[in-house]
Design a protein around this ligand. Structure first.
Ligand code: ADP
Ligand code: MG
Length: 238
């Protein structure tokens, strides 16, 4: 079953068309990576799925619902940003529990979800700290924990590793992969980094100037690039 469907999805800012009627079906449990150079429309596409940006045309379905006009909170998604967006004055526990609290979860249930997610991410010992007392890698784990506690149908990641140094990037990347294998939810992940795309994706979607240039498994796009642009982008031999 499709978890996320984009049908003729469009976005324009005035006369500037930044997403050009793209069609994409993302299956339940699939890890799909949107890649492409800066400005090709990756973040805009993700933000439309999240409901943070109005669509200019087409349709977005999550599960069996058309969500075009639903606010973010009523879509079954959680988004992890590159800049973490944690509340500085709240503890890790409070940061992770906030979205459950605003949705009216009971305290004992929320606490057990927080403890499970913290354990999965290796941050159980940090629950009483505040973001200012954490490293960049730890903050990124908290941001993921905050998404995991809600067990959404779909996780959206926008360049979650780009503020980490090279060593940490590898570690957190491995954790994201493990997370997907453990909880098995659908992930839509945006990056401009070919290595991330090739190592994480079940399928890669290569965007260029607001159009889909190619969709395929890492193996397909690497061995059978549809264009010189794709070949150059995934680093395939020409
Ligand atoms: P990417 O994430 O692939 O780097 P974006 O989706 O952020 O690209 O942006 C795609 C294009 O849309 C860029 O040309 C960008 O300048 C433009 N854009 C993004 N947001 C806005 C906005 N709020 N107003 C006008 N143009 C925008
Ligand atoms: Mg972006």
């Amino acid at each position: 079953m499709a978890s996320v469907s984009l049908r003729k999805l469009e976005k324009s800012y005035g006369a500037l068309r930044v997403v050009k009627a793209i069609d994409l079906e993302i299956m339940d449990g699939e890890f799909v990576v949107l890649v492409g150079p800066s400005g090709c429309g990756k973040s805009t596409t993700l933000r439309m799925i999240a409901g943070l940006e109005r669509i200019s045309g087409g349709e977005i379905r999550i599960g069996d619902r058309i969500v075009n006009d639903l606010p973010p909170r009523e879509r079954d998604i959680a988004m992890v940003f590159q800049d973490y967006a944690l509340y500085p004055h709240k503890t890790v526990r409070e940061n992770m529990g906030f979205s459950l609290k605003v949705r009216g979860a009971n305290a004992a249930d929320a606490d057990s979800k927080i403890r499970d997610a913290a354990e999965m991410l290796g941050i159980s010992h940090l629950l009483d700290r505040r973001p200012g007392q954490l490293s960049g890698g730890q903050r990124q784990r908290v941001a993921m924990g905050r998404a995991i506690v809600r067990r959404p149908q779909v996780f959206l990641f926008d360049e979650p590793l780009s503020n980490l140094d090279a060593k940490l990037r590898g570690q957190v990347r491995t954790e994201i992969k493990r997370l997907h294998q453990t909880i098995g939810t659908t992930i839509v992940y945006v990056t401009h980094d070919q290595v991330e795309a090739m190592t994480l994706a079940d399928r890669i979607v290569i965007l260029r100037g607001g159009d889909i240039e190619q969709i395929g498994t890492p193996d397909q796009v690497y061995n059978h690039p549809a264009s010189v642009f794709v070949g150059g982008f995934v680093g395939a031999p020409s």
